[in-house]
Ligand binder design. Sequence first.
Ligand code: GLA
Ligand code: ZN
Length: 673
Amino acid sequence: MKQDKIYYGGDYNPDQWPEEILEQDIPMFQKAGINLVTLPVFSWAKLQPSEEVYCFDWLDRVIDRLWRAGISVCLSTPTAAQPAWMSRKYPDMLPVDISGLRRTHGKRVNFCPNSPDYRRFSTAIAEKMGERYGKHPAVVLWHVANEYGTYCYCPQCERKFREWLKDRYHTVEELNARWNLSFWGHTVYDWDEVVIPSERNDDYRFYQPVYLDYRRFMTDSNLDCFRAEYNILKKYSPDIPITTNISGFIQQLDQMKFCKHVDIAGWDNYPWPTDPPARVAMKHDLMRGLKQGKPYLMVEQAPSQQNWQPYNVQKRPGELRRLSYQAMAHGADSVMYFQMRQSVAGVEKFHSALISHAGHENTRVFREMSQIGRELAALGGQTVGAVSKNQAAILFDWDNWWAAEGSNGPSRDLKYLEQVEKYYTAFYKRNIPVDFVSMEDDLSGYRVLVTPMLYMVKPGCGEKLREFVKKGGTLLTTVFSGIVDENDRVPVGGYPGELSDILGIWVEETDALRPEQSNRIVGKEAPFVGSFSCGLLCDVIHLTAPDTEALCVFGEDYYKDFPCVTCHPFGEGTAYYVGTNPEERFADALIGKIAGERGLRPVLEASEIPEGIEITCRENENGRFYYLLSFRKGETAVNLARSGKNFINAVTGEKVGDSLLMKEYDCFLLRER
Ligand code: GLA
Ligand code: ZN
């Protein structure tokens, strides 16, 4: 089924209200331009009051009523929150936390992903729903459960984990070798001697190879739950795409792996008021990367206030519109919310909604949402399916994230996301678009690849990077890279392991700095003339190839004048290394240099575009679309003349002149003529 418009709408919980509420709500939905409603996400208890009894008639009426009003449905299975009777009758369904405590009923996403009872019931209700609604004309999208991510440490998970290990390693000897279990005499002689991580045994919990595999196993376990429902729904609706919502950049589940199995990626965008725009843009770009550049869905955002942050700031007038355009700017084909009507009690009673506690439409938030709704209706399907063609990429890897941050030394302050964001922001500021890729993706279309803190080099990864550079690519990798294999084992022979020949360096040791300490990066040639501060980690680097160049050296300490930033021509390409955590200004200068060398240009060559004007481009058979967003205070004139292009406003259809005056929060969606 081909999507023909930007989906506009979101979560609706009519089961929290008397049924007559529909007659109030639906006209307001129509007024606000809502074209898609997600339900019944948390209604399992109402849909299945007991083991034998299902109750769908109320849902039939809601779906039909929406459909008659011209509103489509994103139909979700309710399997994120099992009914109380189910938890009571089948307590094995409740997850056990890492301290060994079984959770009580309540909350949500509160099930053991390996519970056979959970699987039996979740697939049964998926079957019922597929059967009943799989061909309903209102249903344009399936949505499975909600924000997977539970880690469970119960006996059934432990048993399953052993089986998972058997599949992966075949023999205990292999397991002992891969996990290096001779360390502290952890050697096992039988699969049943393998125990899962536990807080009751910290040393073991943090025995990296075990926890790393447990994280992989938990990704697979949650994925199995999703897949079980997916396969059922597919049977009934082969043409309707199936998604689930990821709660942003969550560390628990490997989303690169998970999203291979969804038809379209979907995520929930809840930025903190303090998040810089680049951070939000980066998360969107990562979501686009989960399906190799395909458009995705923003399945949730808050209309204004949230309820779970310490200070739940209202979105400022215009902010919601800008966040909505920013989502589309990076590849989202939907603007969706949690939620349509605000709850009256419970933990989310202060979470904003289209229809607030006031119960009517005369609110600022309703007006702002309606304006977006009108604009999207005017835009129609023009931009749907549009993609961006980019020449720079950043590698993002969940295994690496888990392993680097769980490495137990050299510093407890290592944060993979911070390293990724630092280099991402340098591209972002220049409006040079970047993709996020996994090691399994095709790299051949890229000129530049950044692999921040590539601590873990998985099988095939070194070879892939070697090929990339040999064939002319520019690689930038940074401190604490090339340290371990996929089981967190250090290959003997010196850092950065498999990357050594590509980078032409040997890292003899890595110093960890306390938060109050810093060093300096000293350069002589542009753009590094002068000194930049750095900290966290500092590598003691030796140049091992005659043509490796030290672009900068350290300014202090016993490694003063040792190389700090290096460049090595390799094959047809070049490999850069930054052996420390530089201040942002340095990352900026380096990315500027690399962009210059490799001809990476801003999306739009408009003159004097100041920092704080975000510009992206997406294209499809309807043409090329430019998204311009202002994060600047006051008014900014954007001179479009230099781009040599002519534009029309894709929303209003009006011609756009040579200069665009942008106020703070302004967004424009322009189509090239
Ligand atoms: C998550 C959930 C929603 C809702 C929002 C509130 O993203 O998926 O059900 O609880 O948070 O911010
Ligand atoms: Zn379990």
